[in-house]
Each structure stands twice: as C-alpha cells, then as structure tokens.
Design a protein around this ligand. Structure first.
Ligand SMILES: *Cc1c(COP(=O)(O)O)cnc(C)c1O
Length: 384
C-alpha cells in the first residue's frame, strides 16, 4: 500500500519516490507486479483483504499509479483507462441523450472524430467552437446551455491556449461541467483542477509515460462526490475499460522521471522554437513559450516550469517543401504521437487533409536529446 508523503513535497520528489510506493511485503524499493485476477475469501466468506475481490475493480499496480498521478495533479481521485480515447469515451458516456455539449474545435483529431460520431448516434447536440476565443466561448455557453464543455490546452497540433480559469467560470455560470484534456502539458506543467476544471483528462500514452511503450489514459477530479464522477467510476467498473497490471507498473516506472523529462523537453523545445523563428525557410512557429504567441500571457499564468515539448511550425513553400524537409531529417523520427524521450516529427496534413491544417505545417514532439544536435538536424533538413 502506498503511503501518503508529506503534502509539501515538490513533484520531482513525489515522482522519484513513486508516490511512496515501495513494496510493503518484500521491502523492495519498487512496487512488485501483481497479476492475480481473483482473491481469496476466508472461512466466514469475508474477503481476506477487503480491498481486493476481482481484478476488473481491484489491482495494486493500478492503485499505485493512480495514487501517484493524483498527487502530481493535485487531485482527490484518479482513474486509469487502457487508452486516452477510453478516458474520453468514459466522460461522454455520462451525457444524456438530448443534452448539448460544447467542444473546442481543431483539437486532437481522434477526439473530434469520435465525439462527432458518438453525438450523432446518441442524439446529443454538438457545438464546436474556438475555445481560445473567450467571446465565442461565453456565447456558446449562454446559447447552448451545455451539460459538458471539452477543451484541450495547449491544443494539438495548433498549440492554442485556453484560459482554464475563465472557461471554468463561464461553464459553471450555466451549470456545465468543464473537462480539460491536458495531455500536452502533463500534471507537471499545468494543474487544471486548481484553476477550476471539474475533470482533467490525459492521454498518458504521451508525456506521462514518456517512453512510447504504454497505451494509457486518465481522468482526475477534485470532487469525487460529483454525480458525473460517480457515473464514470461505475461505468469503468461495470463496462470494464481498465488497465492491466503490467501497463500500470510500467506507467509508474515512467512517471518517476516525469518532472525531469518535462523540464528537459520544455527547455529543448523553447531553444528549437527560437531557432526556427529566425530561420529564413520558416513562415511561422507555433509555441506558447514564444513571447509573440497569442496565448503566451495566459500560458505564462497557468503553466509552471515550461511550455512542453509540443511545437508546430510552417515551412515556406507549402506541402512539397515540408515533406522534403521531413524526408531529410535524421534524428527526428517520422512517426505520430508525442511526449516520448525521443523526438518525433509529423506532417499532419497527410494524416488529416480536410481539417484546415496548413500543408506546410510540421509538428514536432521534442524529446530529451541534446538541443544542439536537434537544431543541427533541423538546420540540415531545412537547407541552412
Ligand atoms: C493521443 C491523444 C489522445 C488519445 O489518446 P490515446 O492514448 O492515443 O488513446 C487524446 N488527446 C490528445 C491531446 C492526444 O494527444
């Protein structure tokens, strides 16, 4: 069982000690892997360990990882899911038929595509808006009276920043729940619950795990007594979208270096953004750490310790020039996903051609390599 460390400890300390999860039975300094699917009852037919009856609801590795994530997020409760999309789906399944939802436009494409399909099938009115524009946001709240509002900040791949404090106030004024997909920030750089969000969601496949070897999702709340949270807990229990012990163990292992990795990735990404901004072959750089980014002032207020490893830039010469540069890169791996220790590059227009992504846009997930090596690779690829 994980102990609760003193609450004044900093995230780097909490993470390094895996939330105090050293194995109580073996005295090992790391948690063991617990794979039992079922647990024994005594002669009076009481569970020998009242915490454990059946794996779909009870697993020590899942609890250790959830507990650590709660501490890093400043949450009262966290639920892990087998993927980020399973966490998205768990939230939207709480919305009744006939209700309306407001969802930020131009966010992670998988979220948008699934929500559109789900809302159509369920008879839920879906309103997609630019949530980084507070006027559109307020109008959408007042006109549509949504049950749920979904935002993503920083957004992927546009790097738009939404003011979580303002969004929470406007949502609560009309009785809506605000859910924030905080994948690109991770709990190290941003804590939306402290800013008023009702639920924070992560694709833990990305920065939280950080090693491109676990698929995982999470939801966290500061208000476990809320009806929406109780519905999500029951649904996970009964519908069974749970994470296996091996993945949860790996996730805990990954999270122990999360603050360290996010610091390094943020530092590298800022250096790369500054380099690209001055590059003659680059039309625009989208990175909230740059002072001229439209969301910079808000990001500075609501993010701590850096702006993350996600960065997009637009190459002069459109699609052909961007694809030529991508083909020449040697360190950046041409692959989707983000938040791993290795740097990745993606030509998003090839993947989602009809969503308004500029043809010259390249999305980088900046890893923890040496910044000079990454900049040299971009330089040779862009022809400078
Ligand atoms: C990857 C991603 C998701 C989906 O998560 P999976 O773990 O791939 O299911 C959701 N939101 C954002 C911002 C993402 O980057």
């Amino acid at each position: 069982m994980a102990d609760t460390p003193k609450s004044d400890l900093h995230p780097a300390t909490v993470a390094a000690h895996a939330g105090g999860a050293a194995d109580a039975h073996t005295a090992g300094v790391v948690p063991g892997i617990h794979t039992a699917t079922t647990f024994v009852r005594d002669e009076n037919y009481d569970p020998v360990n009242p915490d454990n009856v059946y794996l779909r609801s009870h697993n020590e590795n899942v609890r250790v990882a959830e507990d650590l994530l709660s501490k890093l997020e400043g949450a009262a409760e966290t639920l892990l899911f087998p993927s980020g999309m399973a966490a998205v789906a768990a939230v939207f399944r709480t919305v009744p038929t006939g209700a309306s939802v407001v969802v930020q436009s131009q966010i992670y494409w998988g979220t948008t595509a699934w929500i559109r399909d789900f809302c159509t099938r369920r008879g839920i009115a879906l309103h997609e808006i630019d949530a980084s524009d507070p006027i559109s946001f307020e109008i959408a709240c007042k006109v549509h009276k949504p049950a749920l509002i979904w935002i993503e900040t920083p957004s992927n791949p546009w790097l738009r920043i939404t003011d979580v404090t303002g969004a929470a106030r406007m949502a609560h004024d009309v009785g809506a729940k605000l859910v924030v997909d905080s994948t690109a920030a991770t709990p190290v750089l941003s804590q939306p619950l402290a800013l008023g969000a009702d639920i924070v969601m992560h694709s833990a496949t990305k920065g939280i795990n950080g090693h491109s070897d676990v698929l995982a999702g999470s939801l966290s709340t500061a208000a476990p007594e809320d009806d929406i949270w109780k519905m999500i807990v029951d649904d996970r229990n009964q519908a069974g979208a749970v994470m296996g012990p091996m993945e949860a163990w790996l996730l805990t292992r990954g999270m122990r270096t999360l603050p360290l990795r996010m610091r390094e990735m943020s530092r590298n990404a800022l250096k790369i953004a500054e380099y690209l901004q001055d590059h003659p072959q680059v039309e625009a750089v989208l990175y909230p750490g740059l002072p001229d980014h439209p969301g910079h002032e808000i990001a500075k207020r609501q993010m701590t310790g850096g702006y993350g490893g996600l960065l997009s830039f637009v190459v002069k010469g459109g699609g052909p020039a961007a694809l030529k540069a991508v083909g020449r890169l040697q360190l950046f791996l041409r692959a989707t996903s983000l938040g791993g220790v290795e740097s990745l590059v993606e030509h998003r227009h090839t993947i989602e051609p009809h969503t308004g992504i500029p043809e010259g846009l390249l999305r980088l997930s900046v890893g923890i390599e040496d910044a000079g090596d990454l900049i040299a690779d971009l330089g040779q690829a862009l022809g400078q």
